[in-house]
Design a protein around this ligand. Structure first.
Ligand code: AMP
Ligand code: GLY
Length: 425
């Protein structure tokens, strides 16, 4: 089978490696892929947002199945266009992708269908927003409506900070048109859990839970990033909480999307906060998380292509999606200065061999005269699987320490909070 994967980060590399475990997969194309992905797939220089070129490519190369991984092409209707061209694929249509691409849509969906989330209000002019901000408790949460590379959420501690946030989003348009509308919501507290789930619109198979580490620095300090490391499973997500989420959040979300005429097919990502009032939705993503995928998919026992085809064919209920016992940890190696400003083009030196339980997922590199050089903020994800989280972390960090490029940095405390939770349990 010829498979096409849209995207070019660590998440896509993980998906590609997993798909290749299936002997029916004879060829994988990555659009655009990256330097490390080139060892596992044929990378083609077509951007993930160039929908007409993607569809043309798929038609000309006898693609049997496509996986659209990033949020932008999903919001732009890549799956809709591929389906029109007769190409089976994994991912939601544009209408369903609004669950991520419009916070106004997702918040009103949750309100209408009684799905637990933070209380909120929507504003499309800065003046009324500022009036409202005089009445709320601090900290509060200000979110741009649209996609903003994961940076569209601000948490002002004071009215003055809130004023600056509204000005930046609605007047200075730091997130472009994404800031035409904003959501202002109640600040919630509690442990955060990421739950990715396969769904065909009706049936749902939640994946093992995970925990991201979004801040750049140790001890959750510094600016927000795309994610500096992950662990799975998340010890805060007990079987009892999982059951509660299934009943109060997962099933109602799928039913709501069906009732709105846009059943969600693909990977639905639930960003949850376990508050004293029970689990609440912080955000939905219409895709696999990055770097959550790097710890979740290595624990998938069932063949990934089979699961993705069951989602596309709406036969997921007939499939028993199984997971391996044990744990996984992923440590991200980033370019010095990320996420603010960083240099590219640094030569990467990899060890000759790695232990069999360690995998490198390439996120931001490219080939230059057949050498790997850095080309992004997050460069590599080092994932280890083991029977316990402690061992997985030790192995991931040991391997991460053998990789070199100028100004490399990583967090040194990935999984520390999870280990502390496990000790208390
Ligand atoms: P997002 O970009 O939507 O993933 O949000 C980034 C981070 O902001 C989340 O992972 C949370 O830590 C935080 N956040 C978002 N909404 C809230 C909220 N209502 N209360 C507290 N923290 C929040
Ligand atoms: N790691 C968070 C995300 O993929 O949105």
């Amino acid at each position: 089978m010829n498979i096409l994967v849209i995207g070019g980060g660590g998440r896509e590399h993980t998906i590609i490696k997993k798909l290749k475990e299936n002997p029916r997969v004879s060829k994988v194309y990555a659009l655009p892929g990256n330097g490390g992905i080139a060892a596992d797939a044929e990378c083609v220089d077509i951007g993930a947002k160039d929908i007409p070129a993607i569809v043309d490519f798929a038609k000309c190369h006898a693609v049997d199945f496509a996986v659209v991984a990033p949020d932008d092409p999903l919001a732009l209707g890549c799956v809709d266009r591929l389906h029109e061209a007769g190409i089976p694929c994994f991912g939601p249509c544009a209408k369903a992708a609004r669950i991520e691409s419009s916070k106004v849509f997702s918040k009103s969906l949750m309100k209408k269908y009684g799905i637990p989330t933070a209380d909120y209000a929507v504003f499309n002019d800065p003046k009324t927003a500022l009036e409202y901000l005089k009445t709320v408790q601090y900290p509060t949460v200000v979110k741009a409506d649209g996609l903003a590379l994961g940076k569209g959420v601000l948490i002002p501690q004071t009215y003055a900070e809130a004023e600056a946030a509204v000005k930046a989003i609605m007047e200075d348009k730091v997130f472009g048109a994404s800031g035409n509308e904003i959501v202002i919501e109640e600040f919630l507290t509690g442990p955060e859990v990421s739950v990715l789930a396969f769904t065909d619109g009706t049936a749902i198979a939640p994946m093992v839970s995970s925990m991201d580490h979004k801040r750049a620095g140790d001890g959750d300090t510094g600016p927000n990033t795309g994610g500096m490391g992950t662990i799975a499973p998340n010890p805060c997500y007990t079987p009892e909480i999982a059951q509660r989420c299934m009943k109060a959040i997962f099933q109602p979300t799928l039913a709501a999307m069906r009732a709105e005429g846009c059943p969600f097919k693909g990977c639905l990502y639930f960003g949850l906060m376990l508050t004293d009032d029970g689990p609440k939705v912080i955000e939905y993503n219409c895709r696999f998380g990055d770097p959550e995928t790097q710890v979740v998919l290595p624990l998938l026992k069932t063949d990934l292509l089979t699961v993705m085809q069951a989602v596309e064919n709406e036969t997921l209920a007939e499939l028993n999606v199984e997971w391996r016992p044990g744990a996984a940890a992923c440590v991200i190696l980033a370019s010095g200065g990320y996420p603010v400003s960083y240099e590219k083009g640094k030569v990467i030196t990899l060890p000759e061999t790695l232990p069999s339980n360690v995998t490198l997922y390439h996120a931001g590199d490219r080939l230059e005269n057949s050498r790997l050089v850095t080309s992004g903020g997050r460069v590599l994800g080092v994932t280890a699987t083991a029977s316990t989280l402690k061992e997985a972390l030790a192995d991931a960090y040991a391997a991460a320490g053998t990789i070199r490029f100028e100004d490399v940095f990583m967090r040194h405390d990935i999984g520390r909070r999870a280990l502390a939770v496990m000790e208390e349990q």
